[in-house]
Ligand binder design. Structure first.
Ligand code: SAM
Length: 247
């Protein structure tokens, strides 16, 4: 299965059915930054929007919001979520982040959360002075889980994806580029909650490894759970990164 086929099958990026709590050890918050930087005249672009869950919930009201994804199934879900939400100024459209067809010098802010991007194409579509707000999943995300399984997303990367993004964003011509590590502890209530996350996301596998369904070795998972159960739940240490940059 490739990445597109994986997301076509998943169809949404909704996790509210999973029972977990989280503690953020750092205070870099994508949607607070968006709120701070946007105003009623802003034109916003959300890349790799999934089922539109975050745009509909967290994007402020402003002049125009375009949210895109390369998965047709995700866009169908997003349009349905939009219809249920009653929000008016959001448009969902299918687009590949690596082959963007948005106009040059058009957007005030581009948001990219947990998706792949092309820094030069984002630069081109932003107005001068426009901002990029990016959040990504770093190589060390869920590292003790990946170590115990001996595999996982970015497990064999020689260079962390945060550094690759940071360098590409600078190379594209952005100014004031800042890279901030984001540390989060998640606590899953039960094994089924943790399993639901692992079966829906590619944390433990590469897209190319997935045949029809993600397969998780039960004995190894039990070992992880035994070693990581706390009074708050089953601990999963998340490592994200945030990047802000100005054109
Ligand atoms: C992990 S989900 C994140 C969804 C959403 N941004 C969020 O934070 O909830 C990644 C999304 O990026 C999309 N995606 C991955 N590669 C893409 C690409 N090259 N072009 C457009 N969308 C892409 C997937 O279809 C998926 O919906």
């Amino acid at each position: 299965m490739n990445e597109l086929e994986f997301y076509e099958k998943v169809k949404n990026w909704e996790f509210s059915m999973i029972n977990y709590t989280k503690e953020c050890l750092t205070d870099w918050d994508l949607y607070k930054l968006l709120e701070l930087n946007a105003n009623k005249d802003s034109i916003l672009l959300d890349l790799g929007t999934g089922g539109g869950e975050k745009v509909i919930r967290y994007f402020p009201d402003c002049k125009e919001i375009l949210a895109t994804d390369f998965s047709k199934e995700m866009i169908n879900t997003a349009r349905e979520n939009l219809r249920k939400s009653g929000r008016k100024n959001i448009e969902f459209r299918q687009m590949d982040n690596l082959n963007m067809n948005t106009p040059n010098n058009y957007f005030d802010i581009v948001v990219a959360r947990h998706t792949c991007t092309d820094a030069q194409q984002i630069y081109n579509t932003l107005k001068t002075g426009g901002k990029l707000l990016l959040r990504g999943v770093d190589k060390l995300d869920c590292w003790s889980l990946k170590m115990i399984f001996g595999k996982g997303q970015a497990f064999d990367d020689t260079k962390p994806i945060s550094l690759v993004d940071y360098e590409n964003i600078i190379k594209a011509g952005f100014k004031h580029v800042e890279l901030v590590p984001i540390h989060v502890r998640e606590y899953y209530k039960t094994k089924d909650d943790l399993l639901a996350l692992l079966l829906k996301t590619p944390i433990l596998v590469d897209f190319s490894e997935i045949e029809d369904n993600i397969i998780i070795d039960n004995d190894i998972l039990d070992k992880y759970i035994k070693e990581n159960t706390t009074e708050k739940g089953i601990l999963l240490i998340r490592r994200y990164y945030g990047i802000t940059a100005i054109k």
